[in-house]
Write a protein that binds this ligand. Structure first.
Ligand SMILES: Cc1cc2nc3c(=O)[nH]c(=O)nc-3n(C[C@H](O)[C@H](O)[C@H](O)COP(=O)(O)OP(=O)(O)OC[C@H]3O[C@@H](n4cnc5c(N)ncnc54)[C@H](O)[C@@H]3O)c2cc1C
Length: 480
């Protein structure tokens, strides 16, 4: 039964993407009650699950912007975050490849000086040095630069680990609680959800990603708009001889089409950059795929013909102001907007989480909690030999890893949620082999009826009915 009684908290976060979850973790350092509401059945179900998974240094951020300042702060915070939350992370570095003299000039005159203003040193590379590093690079390579600090990370793990750490430190998460109304009063904010529940908070943090403008409008704040910019991707398991991120000289609107190693195996090609109006258009198109293949062929020709195991799209949240929008809403100090986190939200998450937590702590005069624990338990694939059998053959994920996800403080509610927590179904077969076993483990551990278990938030239920057991044939002879 749904309670319609108001739940009182100090801080209410709207949105369970990487930003909302990072803010929840940072706020759980303080002596305050923290709740997060998310519209989807799981956290990390919108833009935070569909990106290039690069921890950017911020070398190309607009100097002096809030984005550049927070990316610089994030560079210092990442090592401890990765260690405390055991996040899969590879310090690959990125090689920017110029194929013309004009691009080489742009690196020297625009990109290197901008990087210096952002506190990032780029190392010049000759064409021969690039060929030594990346044997498959285009024969047209003219030179480039190494961005040493760039890394690849598991974006699902990062978001889930922020959330789990917040929950272990007392934060509460409410899934499938889409916010439908916000009323800012002198001493508190009332937040209504589609389930009929009302929360009362001393401060609300609007981290609703693509919908942060619509959430702001619920409180009468019409100060910004968010438009989606689609990025399509191809995933391949072909060996392209790539150990580093390979990127072109960027354009004004996009970092361009990249070739990016994935932290848990395979290579990502993309993304495109397409301005749209529909915030739900996650379609991939023949034109998008062609554009990606043309883009990567300029860097690594072999990638153009790589076989696809999956294609997908994500939507960047582009703000009408051009920079991040972080701070109290013009309609009231009790709502903090955290919006327009366009292309660097994953990278900036430790610093943005901390920055927002400091804003809230200052406003509410919160004291740090002496018992805050920044860690989560480390999961060891072979920790329990009795659960050591491999369930996902492509990624060698054991039953112990699946069970730990199902038993965690914030367990998955969909098969894709389990995929994102464990890596099962992310490999070559995309779940064709292990999905039935995963459905069965969901049933065993969480009592989930396979008929109600969806693959993802949009449905696509894999089990549609039971095949009746064959009736025992009447006249069958028994051999005893
Ligand atoms: C193509 C592409 C490539 C990118 N590459 C990178 C990269 O390499 N590195 C990097 O750092 N960043 C990258 N990004 C950017 C990064 O993915 C985003 O900045 C980040 O995921 C934004 O996180 P978020 O939490 O703000 O938004 P989201 O993940 O979208 O989370 C917002 C949440 O709010 C919820 N919500 C919305 N409305 C409501 C409501 N009314 N009630 C309750 N909940 C609500 C949504 O359901 C959603 O879960 C990329 C993005 C794209 C699209």
């Amino acid at each position: 039964m749904v309670s319609t009684q108001a739940t009182r908290v100090d801080v209410m976060i709207i949105g369970g993407g990487v930003i909302g979850c990072a803010i929840a973790r940072e706020l759980s350092r303080f002596d305050a009650s923290v709740a997060l509401v998310e519209r989807q059945p799981d956290i990390c179900d919108v833009t935070s699950k569909a990106n290039s998974a690069i921890v950017h240094t911020g070398f190309d951020a607009p100097p002096g912007s809030l984005e550049a300042t927070l990316l610089a702060r994030a560079r210092d915070l990442w090592p401890a975050v990765v260690e405390d939350l055991h996040i899969p992370y590879l310090q690959t570095g990125a090689v920017m490849v110029a194929t013309t003299q004009q691009e080489l000039d742009a690196i020297q005159t625009e990109i290197v000086p901008k990087a210096e203003r952002n506190g990032v040193t780029l190392h010049p590379l000759t064409a021969d040095e690039i060929r030594e590093n990346i044997s498959t690079v285009t024969p047209s390579v003219a030179g480039g630069v190494l961005v040493e600090g760039e890394a690849v990370i598991d974006p699902f793990w990062t978001t889930r680990a922020y959330a789990e750490n917040a929950v272990r430190n007392g934060a509460r998460f409410y899934l499938q609680h889409g916010v439908t109304g916000i009323a800012i009063n002198p001493d508190s904010v009332a937040v209504d959800t589609e389930l009929g529940t009302t929360f009362t908070a001393r401060i609300v943090v609007n981290a609703a990603g693509l919908w942060s403008d619509e959430v702001a409008r619920l409180a009468g704040d019409d100060s910004f708009q968010i438009t989606p910019r689609k990025g399509q991707f191809i995933i391949t398991e072909d060996d392209l001889g790539i150990g580093q991120i390979v990127l072109p000289v960027p354009s004004k609107i996009s970092k361009g089409i990249l070739v990016t190693p994935i932290v848990f195996g395979g290579t990502m090609l993309g993304p495109t950059a397409e301005d749209l109006s529909d915030k739900t258009d996650l379609s991939t198109t023949a034109e998008g795929m062609k554009h990606i293949r043309e883009g990567v062929s300029r860097l690594v020709p072999a990638a153009a013909g790589a076989s696809t195991i999956r294609q997908f799209a994500g939507l960047r949240a582009v703000s009408s102001t051009g920079d991040y929008i972080v701070g109290p809403s013009p309609v009231g100090q009790r709502m903090i907007n955290v919006a327009g986190i366009r292309s660097t939200g994953l990278s900036v998450s430790p610093a943005l989480g901390r920055h927002v937590a400091e804003l809230v702590a200052g406003e509410l005069n919160l004291a740090p909690r002496p018992d805050f624990d920044p860690t989560i338990p480390e999961l060891l694939a072979d920790a329990r030999p009795d659960e050591g059998d491999v369930i996902c053959l492509c990624r060698a994920i054991t039953r112990a890893e699946i069970m730990d996800a199902l038993r965690s403080p914030l367990p998955p509610t969909t098969l894709d949620g389990l995929k994102r927590r464990t890596g099962a179904m992310l490999g070559d077969c995309q779940g064709n082999i292990c999905m039935p076993r995963l459905i069965d483990l969901f049933r065993q551990e969480l009592g989930r009826d396979p008929l109600t278990l969806a693959k993802n938030a949009r449905g696509s239920d894999p089990v549609v009915g039971n095949i009746p057991a064959p009736a025992a044939s009447a006249g069958r002879e028994s051999r005893s």
